[in-house]
Design a protein around this ligand. Structure first.
Ligand SMILES: Cc1ncc(COP(=O)(O)O)c(C=O)c1O
Length: 367
């Protein structure tokens, strides 16, 4: 007997998450110079990290031999001040991915279901399936979440609704009025997980005051991350804001030391690197415009994006992806799990990286 058959069938049938190709792997595979490779595949911040964050990371080195503060007091205090919520409403995670898993662990299981949109963030089906819960996939509307249809699709077994806003990989945004209508409509039994990983990239007039909604909707969970605008993807730190009872159950299923000490120190400092985040936001908008203009010049359609990435329709995306690799540019094909076989997702890089990508794309489309 293959020992993997001892694992439940719903676990065995999980399709592995496909991460962006690491630079070192591409260099090894194609014999390329690492320094010349541009990676625009995982929606990271091309600007690195801010000065306060760097200083905090250096200051945290001597403490590495000790376990981190399992309750993350300093970071929770800073988040509590930033968002005007009680510390008991905060759940810290090893990236916001971890926090999504904690929501699934605490609220899903066999005999339960979660609803999410076609083309929604890949972790939603993964976290649902890993708990033996049923996924209810609702067809997308203009590539985005069809919230009315999602509300209609909720059945008696549904305990979670996953919504990424903006969504990855489509970059689509649901408006505040639409989201509030959804929250009013869904049964209180359904935990609405609003994943706001790209929140800091939204223009101020598009940023709904979702934290305020927590008071009215005890079934709402907001998730945020330090991986994107704050530049801390490699350290893994994210968090959820929720009703204290919801945060309490999520904290019970959390590993005691799920966020490491360096990540805690870096994230606490990163909240004060306001200028860095503001510049990341402004440069991202510029970069998006640059990529959109380049796509138009190449006659390519794209999905208008509210994140730090743009998803372009290039035809045979796997082929174009491979041709780009040979030109030292790594992007992300979004076929397979995402159901967008003709699209490639490119992260907004620096102006030079975007230019290199557009030149390589122009050449790759001609090959
Ligand atoms: C929509 C969305 N949510 C969550 C995440 C998870 O990010 P992290 O675990 O680094 O916080 C990502 C990462 O790409 C994302 O695109």
């Amino acid at each position: 007997m293959d020992p993997c058959e001892l694992s439940p069938s719903y676990v065995r049938s999980i399709a592995p998450y496909q991460p962006g190709k690491p630079i070192s792997e591409l260099a090894r595979e194609l014999g390329l110079d690492e320094a010349g490779i541009v990676k625009l595949a995982s929606n990271e911040n091309p600007r690195g990290i801010g000065p306060r964050t760097r200083a905090a990371i250096e200051a945290a080195i001597p403490e590495i031999a000790r376990y981190p503060d399992g309750n993350g007091f300093e970071l929770k205090s800073a988040l509590s001040r930033r968002h005007g919520v009680d510390m008991s409403s905060i759940v810290l995670g090893n990236g916001s991915n971890d926090v999504l898993e904690l929501a699934a662990l605490a609220f899903l299981g066999p005999g339960r279901a979660a609803v999410y949109s076609q083309h929604a963030f890949a972790v939603f089906p993964l976290a649902t399936q890993a708990r033996g819960a049923r996924g209810i996939v609702v067809p997308a509307k203009d590539y985005g979440h069809d919230l009315e249809a999602m509300a209609r699709a909720i059945d008696d077994e549904t305990f979670v609704a996953w919504i990424a806003n903006p969504n990855n990989p489509t970059g689509t945004l649901a408006g505040a009025a639409e989201l509030e209508a959804f929250l009013r409509r869904v049964p209180e039994r359904v935990l609405v997980v609003l994943d706001e990983a790209y929140n800091e990239y939204l223009p101020p007039e598009r940023r709904a005051d979702t934290v305020k909604w927590l008071k009215r909707h005890p079934n709402l969970v907001l998730t945020r991350t330090f991986s994107k605008a704050y530049g801390l993807a490699g350290l893994r730190v994210g968090y959820a804001l929720a009703h204290p009872s919801v945060a309490d159950v999520m904290n019970r299923v959390r590993q005691p030391f799920n966020v490491n000490s360096m990540a805690l120190a870096a994230a606490t400092a990163a909240l004060d690197d306001m200028e860095f985040v503001a510049r990341s936001y402004a440069e991202n908008l510029q970069g998006l415009k640059q990529l959109e203009a380049g796509a138009r010049q190449l006659g390519l359609q794209f999905i208008p994006s509210f994140g730090n990435f743009l998803t372009l329709r290039v035809g045979k995306a796997q082929d174009v992806f491979k041709r780009l690799l040979r030109r030292s540019v790594i992007v992300r094909p979004v076929g397979g799990g995402y159901g967008l076989p003709e699209h490639l997702r490119v992260t907004v890089g620096t102006a030079q990286e975007n230019e290199k990508f557009l030149a390589a794309l122009a050449a790759s489309l001609k090959d």
